[in-house]
Design a protein around this ligand. Structure first.
Ligand SMILES: [Fe+2]
Length: 419
């Protein structure tokens, strides 16, 4: 059973492997986290620009359908027919004036109201049909409350939840508004199934320490190095974070000496075609790399000109799907579009950088399974109270922040928890 005693430290610097491998933990996460008082990333408004546009997604284990109605308003529903529970929409996206379940053709309007039941009154001369007191107006797809932030759609199942802007906090707001300051153009999608627990990925994106160690590409080509100016910024509750860095803020000598001193090999390899390494600095603040993770299910990535939302879709304790929405801006020049497309090679399931994250998650997942009572060490950057600002890139401090809020929602904070 999951109790407060599961932790061996109060500052979340040790994370018991049991949390990745226990079915009861997973079941409670679905209720307390994915159905809990959080704002989940649903999608981008630019994915459904026209009236009638719809898309399907998953929030935790729950299938979700979101669409734009004829008045332009965005709605999200549980993608499940009230009749017998089948998905109302099975396709990834489309445009329609209503949604009809494939099983018995029950039909819903774009606000989720049930508007049609075949043979509701039976067949003339033969009978059948629903009971006379059954009224379609009493039934609708289960609504998910949505709120927009500059074209980013967030949703919640909770009746009581803090306002979206308070949930995100000033620093995440600043960054998300920075990323969405111009109308967004959707470039496309990548999907991958990772055979590991979803929280190993939530940790991966909050762990800046691995950035130039696991990823040779970062290290060799200077996209992310510990010698760069950079760090991490967290919200006051430490549930979200931005890991950021500024390329070119170190010298070649500084870089070589530091990695040599740290005994980290910098392999001498190159690319036959170096186009993927070219980019156009586009944000005035000089931040070239920003990995912004919003609890619990999304990471917004800016790696040079490659922009994406990565959504975690849980699939049991041992699997999750990572769904990448790659985007640029409406006013991108042809040159910028080309840069964004080329740099897409760095991310996604086969990306020069991101490929290794999936591998690391799978390897750690398999290796931790037999020893649920052992723990991971999360102490880079120091233990104790979690700061809001970290001024170096040699830290996994935001990982402790993730666990701290996780523990609160799961009601397993240790006595005297240090947040
Ligand atoms: Fe990584």
């Amino acid at each position: 059973m999951l109790t407060k005693d599961i932790w061996t430290t109060k500052d979340y610097s040790r994370v018991p492997f049991a949390l990745y491998h226990d079915q009861d933990v997973y079941t409670q996460e679905q209720e307390r986290i994915f159905r809990g008082p959080v704002w989940l990333y649903v999608g981008l408004e630019a994915e459904i620009p026209k009236p009638g546009d719809f898309r399907t997604t998953w929030l935790g284990d729950t299938p979700v359908l979101f669409n734009r109605d004829m008045q332009g308003k965005v709605h999200a529903f549980v993608n499940r027919c009230v009749h017998r529970g089948a998905n109302v929409r099975r396709e990834s996206h489309g445009n329609a004036t209503d949604h009809t379940c494939f099983y018995h053709r029950w039909c819903y309007d774009l606000e989720g109201k049930l508007i049609g039941v075949p043979f509701q009154r039976g067949v003339p001369g033969k009978g059948g049909g629903m009971s006379p007191d059954f009224k379609t107006k009493d039934h609708a797809l289960r609504k998910i409350r949505v709120e927009m932030l500059n074209g980013i759609i967030f949703g919640t199942f909770a009746e009581e939840v803090e306002p979206l802007r308070d949930y995100l906090g000033a620093t995440m707001l600043w960054h998300l508004e920075r990323l969405t300051a111009k109308p967004i153009r959707i470039m496309g999608y990548q999907r991958q199934r990772i055979h590991g627990n979803w929280k190993l990925y939530a940790e991966n994106v909050r762990d800046q320490y691995h950035g130039s160690l696991l990823h040779q590409f970062h290290r060799k080509f200077g996209i992310s190095r510990v010698t760069h100016t950079g760090g991490a910024s967290l919200d006051p509750r430490h549930r979200h974070n931005i890991s950021w860095g500024k390329e070119g803020s170190d010298s070649t000598e500084q870089f070589s000496a530091t990695y040599q001193q740290g005994k980290v090999e910098v392999k001498d390899f190159g690319l036959s075609d170096g186009q993927v390494l070219e980019y156009l600095p586009e944000f005035e603040d000089g931040i070239s790399l920003a990995i912004c993770s919003v609890f619990p299910n999304v990471t917004f990535q800016q790696i040079r000109n490659s922009l994406a939302a990565r959504q975690i879709r849980t699939r049991g304790i041992n699997d999750f799907e990572l769904h990448w929405t790659l985007f640029g801006y409406d006013d991108d020049t042809a040159e910028m579009q080309n840069f964004r497309e080329l740099q897409t090679n760095m991310v996604g399931p086969g990306g020069f950088i991101s490929m290794e994250d999936g591998e690391a998650v799978e390897v750690a997942h398999r290796a931790t399974r037999p020893d649920a009572d052992c723990s991971a060490i999360v102490e880079m950057g120091g233990g104790g109270a979690i700061p809001e600002e970290v001024e170096h890139k040699i830290s996994d401090i935001p990982v402790r922040g993730f666990w701290s809020y996780y523990a609160e929602l799961m009601d397993i904070e240790p006595e005297g928890a240090i947040r």
